[in-house]
Design a protein around this ligand. Sequence first.
Ligand SMILES: Cc1ncc(COP(=O)(O)O)c(C=O)c1O
Length: 408
Amino acid sequence: MNRNELRTPSYIVQEGALKHNLEILKKVREESGCKILLAQKAFSMYRTYPLIAEYLDGTTASGIFEAKLADEEFKPSCENDNTGKENSGTCEKRENHVFEPAFHVDEMKELCEICSHIYFNSISQLELHRPVWEPYQKAGKVKIALRINPEFSTQEGHEIYDPCSRGSRLGIRKANLPEKLPEGVTGLHFHTMCEQNVQPLIETFRHVEENFPKYLKQISWINMGGGHHITRDDYEVDKLVSFLKDVKERYGFDIYLEPGEAIALNAGTLITIVMDIVDSDDIPTLILDASASCHMPDVIEMPYTPPLEGAIESKLGCEPFEGGDGIWVRLASRTCLAGDIIGIYRVPEMPEVGDVLTFTDMAIYSMVKNNTFNGMPLPDIVLEKDENSEDRYELVKRFGYEDFKERL
Ligand SMILES: Cc1ncc(COP(=O)(O)O)c(C=O)c1O
């Protein structure tokens, strides 16, 4: 497709930006010796899995569907070329990790068949499923870990993304761990961060060392979760590499990181058209064919205002705004939800009906959270390839009425 053939709304994922992020992550892997997994909950556009699989060690899943998706699709492209050749080791099968606060009994066998690593959130879950996973573990087909809750918050303001917040159900607290890790458990997992730089990771690990020292001597691998914004411009990549090398040297275990956002950070846009402009007491409200509620729920859940190409500044729908050059407009959706507001933006010129607006950083936690509330159509999914590629815009998926109906 050409650019002018794109429909709105569409998510457009830029392969070049994805590769840029993957190069950084590859460098961290190579220099530190750690392993990096794609947390599929953030980004599951499996059309890009063969590319990502060339750079990363595997995936992590939040349940059986993501685990199956990885099993089917997360293969480096060399595995798809039908030559059957194993070139330079890049075709090795990728790891498939899965964590869920509770697994259904009827899913455990299949998970053991397709996953390389399974993480349990409690001793009771570990023991409930032991009869199923233990034979696989003893045969060396699956590795087992427990998720711990370090009870150490390093973030403020986003309680819903803080697994160490009060009342959290995520991870076993120190007080609830037995003296010795149960038979078969060889790994530990903690995930405590969200969009953070390296210092909070260093502090979290120091806290884990102080509070869980005996367990660190009993394991052969550790997973330090996600929330590492490694591909953000100001991320201290060298400091991360030194930290990981130091931990590896002192403990000798394998280290995993499982970022989601960092893989596709700033690698996608959501284009939308201005359908109408209405007068709403204070400033003009632009009605768009994209919806915060349906196509970018984090805007409401977190909340935040997604960056808009060309805008001078933005505010949450509820924040005061005034002044400055340009014009303030409210960007809202064509759903009937009064609060389906994307944000308030100061733009250089008043947009017109028919203009296409572009929200950036829309690859992550967007299409994975889509819904069809109000019968809203789901955006197209498009892959934007390198500038000189013949088919620059590949339409990966177009949804229609049937997709809406089939879910109901
Ligand atoms: C257990 C676990 N691992 C990894 C991630 C990925 O985090 P992020 O996308 O912030 O890097 C999450 C996010 O919620 C998570 O819960």
